[in-house]
Every structure is written in structure tokens, then in C-alpha cells.
Design a protein around this ligand. Structure first.
Ligand code: AMP
Length: 472
């Protein structure tokens, strides 16, 4: 039986009708780097052929050489950044996937995770399909190739009728770019314009970088087709109640992005305000675990009337290739990434804000670090509820047994991380901060209410966040 590598934490970007398509896709991917640091790739179309370049590594490394772009000619391109968990990451599992089949060439880039991948793959293999990769995205390509419909749009419609899970997809053929957001709308996807060009991106921050104007987000269940005649849209799949991922707001998306109808920074700040209302405490100052905890910490400080300080400074240059030099200083872990400002913390009652506790490793190390820097009290505040359930829709979380809050009470977690007090934002507080007016969000990681049932997929453990290979 195959072990699947779910397409986790990815970013996609595409542009149609621009003379520098691959160059701008490179920039777009650069802005989406936070959604995936393991590998990246671009496929371009010159109107007759598709061209591809992909490799393991960060965008700047993979596309650092200007000559690369001469190998990616044409006025349309799609790109992908990939984060997947540790283990047998291999080049063949990079995206976009490009194939030639009876109807021509097609490339696809995917953000999300298909939950019935194993089932469909077994079926396809029973009928003789041969798979090149262990990515669930390849299943879409096989379903496309075997669909009997005449037009590509119909074939995509038929193929995706079989697919369950989270998927934002970008397809590129010689003459068209097609964008799809799944009916639940788990992951964000937006469309913009740059002059006469159309741009599609996981997050609006990628549009900003190339100075494209945001037109709107794709609706859940929407397919947009862009070709030389312009853009057309359809909603060919059965309607379901949309459930965008609330964790995009909590941690994953960039604060400057506009997703699910809101600016991420403002939502995070609101979470912090709400957290202060729920878990106020007598203290001298508020600090954040940078960078993800910063907006919530500012909201908390504002609401609590406490000063916000940069008590922890982050080294932004900790890359994936960092190699710990010597056995003697091996376990410096979090210290390589964060350093306390002693003058700020000494003798102070400190509130520390982070966005989430997954296994508890980070909080434990940070509480210790802040105490060692002289803080007299350390109060940990988390701007989301306890993460008690794994995500099967595209966010990398470890197995349930590794999630500390799945098996420990809040007071047990407090003891483990050695904080004086610990407070999590309530479920109600989170949904209020996010604003439930238009949609109800997928909160499966906090509530265990999974919108789509899933198979028990082979999962890889999450990287140890402060071991060698992690950047946030
Ligand atoms: P842990 O040390 O396992 O408790 O991880 C908690 C830290 O990881 C927090 O600082 C979060 O900002 C961060 N975090 C939360 N979710 C993820 C994720 N899916 N991938 C990487 N980092 C995460």
C-alpha cells in the first residue's frame, strides 16, 4: 500500500497574458514563501509548449539565476511553493505537475489535501494507471486524462466531482489558465489584474508585490477560466456550506493578506483584544513570540492597557540548511531563532502571547528563556483555543497523540510549559474575533468537527519546530 504525502501548506500563483509571466510568478512565489519552504516550481506556456523548472529549496535559491527565466518563456505561467513534512522529500514530488496526454500538455499546482486520495488511487491502479509520484495531486491528472467529456472545463468538472477534501488548483495548458477553489473553500484563493493580465494567488500579499489590483476572492466551488478572450466563471459542483479554515487567520496566512473577506492582521489583533478580555492578569508588559504572535500581542496590550514590548528578538536568517556545529552546544534549539532582551524583561511580570501551542515544545522553551532573562512572573496567553485535533485539509499538524492538549488539561499544560498562568482564547471568542457574519469556519483542529470525513492517511510527523530544518 502507498503512503501518501498530503499536499500540505502550499502556495500557488499564476499569471496570464504578461510578457514577463515567469518572472512575475517568481515574485509571486517569493511573497508566498511562508506557505511552503521545501520546494518550488514554475511552469510557463509560450502558446505552443509548456516549460518547467522546479527543485527542492527556497524560491530565491531555485530561481536565483536570471538565466532560468529564459528557459521559462511565454506569456502565461503558474507556480507552486511546497511545504511538506519531514522524511523522503524528493524532487519528483515537487509541483506544478506537468503531463502530456492524448489531448495535449497540462500542468497543475495544488494547495490543500485530498482526503479520498488513497481510495481513488487504488481504483485507478486497479485499472492500470501508473503513478509517477506519491502526491495526491497526480490523481487529479489521471482523472482528467480518463474523463470522456469533450471540453477541458467539463473534464475538470468530472474529475473534481470525485475528489473530496481541500483544494485550490491552478491548471495551465498551452492556451488557458484555469483556477478552482473547492466547494468548502477551505483554503484562500484570489484573483487580480495587472494591466491586461490576470493574476491568481493563494493570498493577496502576492498580488501586492507585483502591484496587481485585487479583483476579488474566488467563491467556494468556483472555476475561473482565463484565455485570450478574457475571464469566465462557473460553479459546476454541488453546493455545500462553505467552511474556510480558521487556522489561516490564527497562524498560517500572512498578516498583510486579505483572505475570506478580511485582513489577517486586523483579525489577529481582534483575537488579542478578546484574549485580554477573557484572560486579563496583573502584569507589567506584554510581549509576543515573533512573528506570528505579534498582532495578537498588540491587541492584547491595547485592550489591557499594558505596554507592548519587543521582549524577544527573532533572527530572520535561520534557514532550512542550518547545521548545528558541535555536540557541546547542540541543544541550543530555540536560542538560535529567538533571543530575549534582558533589559526589558528583568524583574517584570510578563504576558507572552503566541498564536498556538501544538506539542508544547516552543512555549516550554520560551517560558524558560524569559524567566532566565529575569522576568519575575510569566503568564502565557494563546490567541486560539487548544489545538486538540489534527488537520486533514492542508495544515501540517502532528498526530493526535502528539498534540499536548489532546491528552492534557490546561493546568497540566501550564505545568509542562512552567508558566505561572496559562490562558487560551475560547472557541466563542475566536469566532467572534473572526466574525461569523458571512460564513462559518472549519474549526476542526480546535473542535474535532470535521466537515468532510477522511480516511486514515499515512502521515509523517511534523518537523521538530526548533530542530535544524525549520523556518517560520
Ligand atoms: P509546538 O512547539 O509544537 O507547541 O508548536 C507551537 C509553535 O508552532 C507556535 O509558535 C506556532 O506559532 C507554531 N505553529 C503552529 N502551527 C504550526 C504549523 N502548522 N506549522 C508550523 N508551525 C506551527
Amino acid at each position: 500500500m502507498h503512503l501518501y504525502r498530503p499536499e500540505e501548506e502550499c502556495g500557488i500563483f499564476g499569471i496570464f497574458n504578461h510578457p514577463e509571466a515567469s518572472n512575475l510568478t517568481y515574485l509571486g512565489l517569493y511573497a508566498l514563501q511562508h506557505r511552503g519552504q521545501e520546494a518550488c516550481g514554475i511552469v510557463s506556456s509560450d502558446g505552443e509548449n509548456l516549460h518547467t523548472h522546479k527543485a527542492m529549496g527556497l524560491v530565491a535559491d531555485v530561481f536565483g539565476d536570471q538565466n532560468t527565466f529564459s528557459k521559462l518563456p511565454g506569456s502565461a505561467a503558474i507556480g507552486h511553493v511546497r511545504y511538506s513534512t519531514a522524511g523522503s522529500s524528493v524532487i519528483k514530488n515537487t509541483q506544478p505537475i506537468m503531463v502530456e496526454y492524448s489531448r495535449g500538455a497540462i500542468a497543475v499546482a495544488h494547495d490543500g489535501n485530498i482526503v479520498n486520495a488513497q481510495l481513488i488511487r487504488s481504483e485507478l491502479e486497479a485499472y492500470g494507471s501508473i503513478f509517477q509520484t506519491s502526491m495526491d495531486t497526480e490523481i487529479i491528472v489521471h482523472l482528467l486524462a480518463t474523463a470522456r467529456d469533450d471540453s477541458l472545463v467539463e473534464r475538470i468538472t468530472t474529475a473534481l466531482e470525485r475528489i473530496e477534501g481541500a483544494y485550490c488548483l491552478l491548471f495551465l495548458t498551452e492556451s488557458r489558465m484555469i483556477a478552482v477553489r473547492d466547494p468548502y473553500g477551505f483554503r484562500p484563493l484570489c484573483i487580480g489584474k495587472l494591466g491586461q493580465s490576470y493574476v491568481v494567488a493563494s493570498e493577496s500579499c502576492a498580488l501586492d508585490l507585483i502591484e496587481a489590483e485585487l479583483i476579488r476572492e474566488l467563491e467556494p466551488g468556483e472555476m475561473i477560466v482565463i484565455d485570450k478572450n478574457g475571464m469566465s466563471s462557473c460553479m459546476p459542483w454541488k453546493k455545500v456550506k462553505p467552511q474556510p479554515c480558521i487556522f489561516e487567520f490564527v497562524y498560517f496566512a500572512r498578516p498583510d493578506s486579505f483572505i475570506f473577506g478580511k485582513n489577517v492582521y486586523m483579525v489577529r489583533k481582534q483575537m488579542g483584544r478578546q484574549l485580554a478580555r477573557e484572560h486579563g492578569i496583573e502584569a507589567d508588559l506584554v510581549i509576543a513570540v515573533p512573528d506570528s504572535g505579534v498582532p495578537a500581542a498588540m491587541g492584547y496590550a491595547e485592550e489591557a492597557g499594558l505596554p507592548f514590548e519587543l521582549g524577544l528578538i527573532r533572527n530572520h536568517y535561520v534557514g532550512r540548511t542550518f547545521i548545528e556545529p558541535q555536540q557541546s552546544i547542540r541543544h541550543f534549539g530555540v536560542k538560535i531563532k529567538l533571543n530575549p532582551v534582558r533589559e526589558i524583561l528583568k524583574g517584570k511580570r510578563v504576558v507572552i502571547i503566541d498564536d498556538s501551542i501544538v506539542r508544547g515544545t516552543t512555549s516550554r522553551k520560551i517560558v524558560k528563556m524569559v524567566r532566565n532573562a529575569g522576568a519575575s512572573e510569566v503568564h502565557m496567553r494563546i490567541s486560539s483555543p487548544p489545538t486538540s485535533y489534527p488537520c486533514y485539509y492542508g495544515i501540517d499538524t502532528p498526530n493526535r497523540k502528539e498534540l499536548i492538549s489532546a491528552s492534557h488539561s490546561i493546568d497540566e499544560i501550564r505545568k509542562y510549559i512552567t508558566a505561572d498562568t496559562l490562558g487560551y482564547l475560547s472557541h466563542e471568542g475566536l469566532t467572534e474575533a473572526v466574525g461569523e457574519e458571512n460564513s462559518s469556519y472549519c474549526t476542526a483542529c480546535f473542535s474535532g468537527d470535521y466537515p468532510i470525513r477522511f480516511q486514515n492517511m499515512g502521515r509523517n510527523p511534523q518537523l521538530d519546530l526548533f530542530e535544524k530544518e525549520y523556518i517560520k
